[in-house]
Design a binder for this molecule. Structure first.
Ligand SMILES: [Zn+2]
Length: 185
C-alpha cells in the first residue's frame, strides 16, 4: 500500500492522514470517513497508539498527540470550538472531561437549540471571506502586531498571518492583478 515510500510505515500513514485534511476558512476539514460527528481513519494495529488494535481511530486524537507528544488524557474528550464536525484544527480543539463537555454543550445551548449550530458553523467556515479586499489591504499596511490586528478584526492570528503572507486575498496586495489571482492551495 505504501510502496515506494522510504518513510517508516507509521510516518507514511500519518502523512496520508494529513493529505485528507483540507483548509476551509479557519477550519481544517477532514475529507475522510466519519463516525457520527467524529472524523475517523482506519489504522493498522499499533498505528493509532502503542498497542492499539487495528480499526478506526479518531483523527483529532492523532493530530493532538502529534502536536503535544502525548495522548488526550484518559477521561477527557476533544470538543471543537468552531462546532464543525469535520474540523481537525489543533487551534479549535478544547480538551475537557466528559462531564465538562456535557456542561459545555448545555451552556452553548446545543442540547436545546440544534438549529443554532449551522449559523455558528458557517461563521467559522466562512471567516476569511468576511474580509473584504479593502480590509485585507488595511491589514497588510497596518503596523499592528498580529495579535492586536487579529483582535481588532475578530479573526485569528493565523488569518492575519495568511493575509500578510499573501496567501489569503492576494488580489488585495499592491500591484496585484485580478487576472493573475489564484486561491492559495
Ligand atoms: Zn474548526
Amino acid at each position: 500500500m505504501m510502496a515506494g515510500s522510504r518513510k517508516r510505515p507509521r510516518e507514511a500513514w500519518m502523512q496520508a492522514v494529513h493529505c485528507l485534511i483540507e483548509t476551509v476558512g479557519d477550519c481544517r476539514e477532514w475529507q475522510g470517513r466519519m463516525s457520527g460527528k467524529t472524523p475517523v481513519h482506519s489504522a493498522p494495529a499499533g498505528f493509532a497508539f502503542e498497542g492499539s488494535k487495528a480499526g478506526a481511530t479518531g483523527v483529532r486524537g492523532l493530530i493532538y498527540e502529534e502536536r503535544h507528544g502525548t495522548r488526550v488524557p484518559t477521561g477527557h474528550v476533544i470538543r471543537m470550538r468552531c462546532r464543525n464536525d469535520r474540523c481537525c484544527a489543533i487551534e479549535h480543539m478544547m480538551v475537557m472531561t466528559i462531564a465538562e463537555s456535557v456542561q459545555e454543550m448545555s451552556r452553548r445551548g446545543e442540547l436545546q437549540t440544534l438549529k443554532a449550530q449551522p449559523g455558528r458553523l458557517l461563521a467559522a467556515r466562512n471567516r476569511p471571506t468576511k474580509l473584504t479586499m479593502e480590509i485585507a489591504r488595511e491589514i497588510r499596511l497596518s503596523t499592528n502586531s498580529m495579535t492586536k490586528e487579529a483582535a481588532l478584526r475578530g479573526v485569528t492570528r493565523q488569518t492575519i498571518g495568511l493575509v500578510r503572507a499573501g496567501k489569503l486575498w492576494p488580489e488585495a496586495a499592491n500591484g496585484a492583478s485580478v487576472f493573475s489571482w489564484r486561491p492559495a492551495a
